[in-house]
Design a protein around this ligand. Structure first.
Ligand code: DQA
Length: 139
């Protein structure tokens, strides 16, 4: 489970859009669901594009699927798209907000075409739906 830039500020950052739960509170819900589903989850957050890319590159050694909220890098990062394409394990794109009913620049996702699917607009539930989707992709 990869959280991209500024998601460490959840709870304080535009709560009317992203909700009032902190990243740690969201992570607790993710871990609880993983336990319920009987899967292991490793959760990481970075504000650094290259760090996210390194984690994606290393993922196949340890993990069967990726769930990613690439945050603002969603809209800009060819490098993240290339990394997801290169590793070839299933990835699920998640967003707390519905990026399709916000500013024009948020409607374009650089990674949408290389992931299995996208879940957006369900608040914290986007992560939980994304985890369920990823669990369904595990062999
Ligand atoms: C986001 C949507 C992005 O447009 C934004 O840059 C974020 C969060 C979301 O979860 O709704 O940081 O990915």
């Amino acid at each position: 489970m990869l959280h991209g830039p500024n998601l460490n500020l959840l709870g304080r950052r535009q709560p009317e859009i992203y909700g009032r739960l902190s990243l740690e509170q969201i992570n607790r819900k993710i871990r609880a669901l993983a336990a319920e589903l009987g899967i292991e989850v490793d959760i990481r957050q970075s504000n650094i594009e290259g760090e996210l890319i390194t984690w994606i590159q290393e993922a196949p050694k340890q993990f069967g699927a990726i769930v990613i909220n690439a945050a603002a890098y969603t809209h800009s990062s060819v490098a993240l798209r290339d990394a997801l394409t290169a590793v070839g394990i299933p990835a699920v794109e998640v967003h707390i907000s519905n990026i399709h009913k916000r500013e024009e620049f948020r409607k374009r996702s650089m990674i949408a075409e290389v992931v299995v699917g996208q879940i957006a607009g369900f608040g914290v539930n986007s992560y939980l739906l994304g985890l369920r989707a990823a669990a369904g992709c595990l062999r």
